[in-house]
Design a protein around this ligand. Sequence first.
Ligand code: ZN
Ligand code: ZN
Length: 597
Amino acid sequence: MRNNKFILILIMSLLGGCSRPADQSANQDSEAVSVDQNILFVDYTEIFLDEFWSYSPDWATYVGYYKFDDKLIVPDAAARAAETDFINRSLSQLEKFDTSALSARNATDYALIKNQLESTLWYMYEFRIHEWDPSNYNVANIFGLIMNTQYKPLDERLLTVTRLLQNVPAYYLAAKQSIDQPTVELTRLAIEQNKGALGVFEKTIQGKIEESTLDAKQREELNNQLTTASSAIRGYITWLEQLEAGFADNPARDFRIGKDLYEKKFGFDIVSDLSAEQLYRKAIAEKDRLHARMFELTEQLWPKYLRDKPILKTPLLAIKQMIDHLSVRHIDREGFVDEIRRQIPIIQKFMDDNKLLDSDPTRPLVVRETPEYQRGFAGASVNAPGPYNATANTYYNVTPLDHYTPEQAESYLREYNHWILQILNIHEAIPGHYTQLMHANKSPSKIKSIFGNGAMIEGWAVYSELMMMEAGYGDHEPELWLMYSKWNLRAVINTIIDYEIQVLGLEREDAVEMLLAEGFQEQTEADEKWRRATLSQVQLTSYFSGYAEILAFREELKVKMGDKFDLRNFHNKFLSYGNAPVPVIRKLMLKELELPI
Ligand code: ZN
Ligand code: ZN
């Protein structure tokens, strides 16, 4: 969600020289100054957010802040100008704080706000995503969300929808005026998604009108708006289809963004001490290391499983044969959800017994079948409470495999076999996403929750897998280490192919071949990964980037602290900073521990 909209805010009186009396005694201690700065900063973030949401109303609704739920911003040049003005004012407000006087918690919030604002400007003026990503324009999600979230009675939500619909024609007009030489891939995606969007207007909302007690006049008004909105969306689809047909004469933009934009986007999205190129080189070395380790494990397992056959001389082929052989051990499709439910307490107990980090039994994880409206694809994900309802349950959504053909189910279950399913649960739940977010909620910060760093969040989940393996989860069983390595390799190869595709011009055939031969992936997974790499940039590097930085920081601390290093304390302390970028946490933590940076 990068096309955030902002509003002008006037907070001059709150900040700057006028906030501190000029006649303050000259010998005031530095603590008094820092308290002052912290109070001012916390006040500032509240005002900043309130205004921020009025220009990002759809995002606000998404995080559970419903004040602007009937507001749809028309994404035109005037909106971008207003946003720019707001960002520039906010950045100059931020400059007035003495960051050295801010507490660790506030300093991380400060870094996140600043990065968010600078990043938004960059997206608008250098990356210019509004010009070449037609999938940026799609109103369906916000309407779907309002229909599926019972934050107020249905009738009221339908009246909100009626008001929200008014700007839909102007919205799509602005979209057409903003777009200039899009990519083929994103044009096709936009066509596909906007066709899907019609279902929300022509089915979902219609169905809700039936259930409601709106009177005849209200229904008529809403139906008229729905008809107008649908035809605006159809108009946009037709316009995109014409654009697509014209690509033969007016070449589309290459989906590859190239080295310069890639490095800058990496800087804003990931926030790393490494450059994208350095991370890419690190990933290549890690891939080779993992392959060597996986071959050792394969040799070790060979007599147990495949002793009748000679071991293949080519390591990658031997590893693949062993993985294929082991993958037939999996739960059956009917038992999928129950098996996940069964494993969670076992994994929790292992984490507690091994004192890896603190847990909180008062905030348990609830495993449930994914609600219908959230089921896009099979799989598992953690649904954490948002910043405006932080005490709500955390759900582990697991989608049953009901809608799969037997072949699809078998392929899926081999992928999430006996061993990988445990790694998945560690990643999604304990000590992965659920545990991390539970810790983050202990020092609740709306800023960290809203502008949280994706590389830190994903990196933690990937790191937590290694943490459990190192502690002896699964008794150091070589089968589990082999499968874990395959899973870990996915994060590593994501980084490699994203860089090679976007920066070095890697072609489809070679990318898919790498995923199959060196990543031991299934064909469908490899095809899907190629598609994702043509529609997004940099995001695929977040898993390995965060993981590598957390691990490097842990090793650095072990050296710097010697005997004083304690794994549990390290984990608890690291997570106490919330969803901030790893390099930001590192600096603050070293400062707090009074260690050299
Ligand atoms: Zn099977
Ligand atoms: Zn994850």
